[in-house]
Design a binder for this molecule. Structure first.
Ligand SMILES: C[S@@+](CC[C@H](N)C(=O)[O-])C[C@H]1O[C@@H](n2cnc3c(N)ncnc32)[C@H](O)[C@@H]1O
Length: 278
């Protein structure tokens, strides 16, 4: 039977031959998943032989990754804002860029009593807001029942008090009831589908990716609905697609003020903040 060190070398070579990015790191993460251990264990026990069961599991995970399945769907886990979230193919894998949205929501919505995450997916935003915004009642909605199930599970795991609403965007929300509307809506243009990475195109849920032919269609629906449910002076905070800033700005009419875009670490406008005129 191979040792941990040998298994890592073999796995890294296999992944590298198939042009998987970060082959060594991926092999380590997959081997840890097979062994139910932390990465440091691999180095402290590098000469230990793998059990037959661990070898079988590791081999299966390597095959899944080579076939394009994202590592996070194999390990069923993704870190977001310092917490581990369960993920399944029913939800988008939370991205680090979305932490900029959370930062903006915590800044502008810090005094919120009522907040909602629209299109909650795994619940990464809603759970984080519920844990970080001490005075807010946090709601979350998603059109996908599978996503709501995953988000509920994450809220329970983290002891976050989130109330889940079923329905299309903000349809289940009363007029003028919210201080904060946060959303990372689907914004990939349908026309980009052929050029997406296969990990995204073939494995992440379509309903979480595509925002319509131009990608901006969901903003066109979300902005007027947010205007309806926000209290005067309430904040709308949305993640932006990489070509969304201009068209989305055009949708924010005189009922909005303090409109600003926040760049991500790559210098791309990633978050749009707007306040409903008080
Ligand atoms: C880009 S994902 C964001 C998921 C999560 N908030 C995150 O940031 O990782 C968009 C989410 O919006 C949901 N969604 C799509 N259309 C919707 C609609 N009409 N009403 C409510 N949710 C919708 C999808 O199911 C998906 O979970």
């Amino acid at each position: 039977m191979l040792t941990i060190q040998e298994a890592l070398s073999q796995g890294t070579r296999l992944l590298d031959d198939e042009r998987i990015v970060a082959p060594r790191l991926t092999a380590e993460v997959l081997l840890c998943h097979a062994l139910h251990c932390e990465r440091v264990y691999l180095y402290a026990h590098s000469e230990e032989p793998l059990t037959e069961l661990a070898w079988i599991h590791y081999g299966r995970y390597l095959k899944e990754r080579i076939d394009g399945k994202p590592t996070q769907y194999i390990t069923q886990q993704q870190e977001f804002y310092g917490r581990a979230f369960f993920v399944s193919p029913d939800v988008l894998i939370p991205r680090p860029e979305t932490e900029h949205l959370v930062e903006a929501a915590l800044k502008y919505g810090r005094n919120s009593r009522m907040a909602i995450d629209v299109g909650c997916g795994s619940g990464a935003i809603a759970v984080t807001l519920a844990l970080e915004l001490k005075h807010a009642r946090v709601f979350a909605s998603d059109i996908s029942p599978g996503a709501v199930k995953v988000a509920r599970r994450n809220a329970e795991t983290h002891g976050a008090k989130v109330r889940f609403l079923d329905g299309d965007l903000l349809a289940p929300v009363r007029d003028g009831s919210m201080d904060l509307v946060a959303s990372n809506p689907p914004y990939v243009p349908r026309t980009d589908e052929p050029s997406l990475q296969r990990e995204v195109r073939d494995f992440e849920p379509e309903v979480a990716l595509y925002g319509g032919p131009t990608g901006n269609e969901m903003y066109g629906r979300l902005i007027p609905e947010a205007l309806r449910v926000l209290k005067p002076g309430g904040w709308l905070i949305m993640e932006l697609g990489y070509r969304s800033l201009k068209p989305v700005r055009r949708l924010l009419h005189s009922e909005w003020r303090a409109v600003q875009a926040i760049d991500d670490l790559g210098g791309i406008p990633r978050v749009l903040v707007a306040q409903k005129v008080p």
